[in-house]
Write a protein that binds this ligand. Sequence first.
Ligand SMILES: O=P(O)(O)OC[C@@H](O)[C@@H](O)c1c[nH]c2ccccc12
Length: 278
Amino acid sequence: MRPHALAGAARILRRMTGLPKLNLESVPGVLGRIVAERAADYADVSADVGPARPAARRFEAALAGPGLALIAEVKRASPSQGAIALLDPAQAARAYEVGGAAAISCLTEPRHFDGNAQALLDVVAAVDVPVLRKDFVVHPAMLREAAEWGASAALLMVSVLHDATGAYLETAHTLGLDALVEVHSERELDIALECGARIIGVNNRDLTTLHIDLNVSPRLIRRARDAGFAGVLVAESGYRTPADLDTVRELADAVLVGTSLAGSGDLTRAARDLMAPT
Ligand SMILES: O=P(O)(O)OC[C@@H](O)[C@@H](O)c1c[nH]c2ccccc12
């Protein structure tokens, strides 16, 4: 059989049997704990993702333009910071939009990030820019929900999904969602590239240790471009000042920023100040 015929057969089989089973026991550290909790949350939920939807590609289009785009994150708490700010999600998202954000990321993980479904629904209703569902996707129903709740995109983490990343990506695309495929190492980047990701995010934060290294994004973004990747590249985590962005200004299409904006007290101004040209 030709390779694409094999891929087609695998696709049909997957539709009949659901997505590949994830090996979450192998995910280490803080991340391992969170994904185990999320998997338990969805253990009894149907894997049926419902009807296909046309691709809108709104999230991708918002980031692809010239210059560095801002994805501003509604983040009330995190494992590394604890409580960040008691944001009203709709108000925060609107403030970010006024401050020039091209897209909003909204956490829906409840235990460590103080997110929930209502926050995402409120954000989608409050802004015109596309919204990313930020969660630890470990079950296809989480993608169905993202589409039903009006998100334009969902986060897919290669550190969690490994070999199943491609199948989850395909499911997201079938549901009309863009996917931000997140990587933190050369190995993870190669998986993202192989599975046909259109938007790749490089996380400066190692989610198993929570350690931040701002050199990770420029290093892996260069590697992606050297490999011929022509899609959207996002630098993620740890950015606090315009000077911090100098390492990715000429390399990345967008930056994803949460903590430094969310904890600033004036979200519009913080977004503007961060993105001001140096
Ligand atoms: O708050 P920061 O350091 O600006 O980072 C934002 C975003 O990159 C971070 O929240 C994030 C990136 N990938 C994730 C995966 C799950 C939860 C959270 C994240």
